[in-house]
Design a protein around this ligand. Structure first.
Ligand code: IMP
Length: 202
C-alpha cells in the first residue's frame, strides 16, 4: 500500500473484517481513511497474549505503529457474563478453542448457561481502543450492558450478537441495524470518545 496520504490515514490493527467494517462506519465522518492489516500483506498475525483487553489493545497498536509508521488504533474486546464470573472476557474469540468459529463460541455459551434464569444472565460487551504513534499513546473504553438469551435471534452483526439482548435497543444486536448497534455498542462508545482526538489531528 502507498503511504502517500499517510497523514490522513490510520491503521486499524485487525484482520477481523467484522470489526473493521464497524470501525469504518463509526469513524466515517472524521475524514480519516482506515486501512486494515490486509492492506499490508506481509504483516504477521497480531499477537494477543496478554491477559487483559488493555494489554492486548496496546500491544497490537504499538506493533502496528512500529511496523508501518502509521498512526495505529487497535481494538480488543470481549463479552463478560456475570454467571460465568466474567468469562469468556479476554478469551471471547477463543472461548471454545484456539480456532473456534463464532458459531462454536455461541453454542458453548448457550450450553454453559442452560437452565440459568433470565435475571442471572446479565452480561456486557467491553471494548478497549488504543491509539499509538510517536506522539500519542492513549486508550478509551466502551461498555454495553445486556442479557444473554437462551436462543439466537437475528441475522446481522457477528460473534455473540445473536444472543446478546440489549435493553437500550429492545432487541438483540443481531436484530438491530448497523446504525443502531453502533449507537449503543461498546465499540461505538469507545470510538466516539477517540474520534474527538482524530478530528483535532486531522
Ligand atoms: P478479539 O478482540 O479479537 O480478541 O476478539 C473479540 C471477540 O469478542 C470476537 O471474536 C467476538 O467473538 C467477540 N466480540 C467482540 N465484539 C463483538 C461484537 O460487537 N459483537 C459480537 N461479538 C463481539
Amino acid at each position: 500500500m502507498s503511504l502517500r496520504s499517510a497523514s490522513k490515514q490510520i491503521l486499524a490493527a485487525t484482520r477481523n473484517v467484522d470489526k473493521l467494517r464497524e470501525i469504518r462506519q463509526i469513524l466515517e465522518d472524521t475524514g480519516w481513511r482506515i486501512a486494515g492489516l490486509d492492506d499490508f500483506p506481509p504483516y504477521p498475525e497480531p499477537s494477543e497474549d496478554c491477559d487483559t483487553l488493555l494489554g492486548n489493545a496496546l500491544q497490537k497498536a504499538r506493533e502496528g505503529y512500529r511496523r508501518t509508521g502509521m498512526l495505529t488504533l487497535a481494538d480488543d474486546s470481549g463479552l463478560e457474563v456475570d454467571y460465568l464470573n466474567g468469562r469468556p472476557g479476554v478469551r471471547s474469540s477463543r472461548y471454545a478453542g484456539e480456532k473456534a468459529t463464532y458459531e462454536e463460541n455461541v453454542d458453548l455459551l448457550l450450553k454453559e448457561l442452560t437452565g440459568v434464569p433470565s435475571p442471572e444472565r446479565t452480561a456486557r460487551f467491553r471494548c478497549v481502543m488504543a491509539l499509538v504513534n510517536d506522539k500519542i499513546e492513549r486508550y478509551w473504553e466502551g461498555v454495553s450492558e445486556g442479557i444473554i438469551l437462551n436462543e439466537r435471534r437475528g441475522q446481522s452483526g457477528f460473534g455473540y450478537d445473536p444472543v446478546f439482548w440489549s435493553p437500550e435497543l429492545g432487541r438483540t444486536f443481531a436484530e438491530a441495524s448497523a446504525v443502531d448497534k453502533n449507537r449503543v455498542s461498546h465499540r461505538g462508545r469507545a470510538l466516539r470518545s477517540l474520534s474527538n482526538i482524530l478530528r483535532e489531528l486531522a
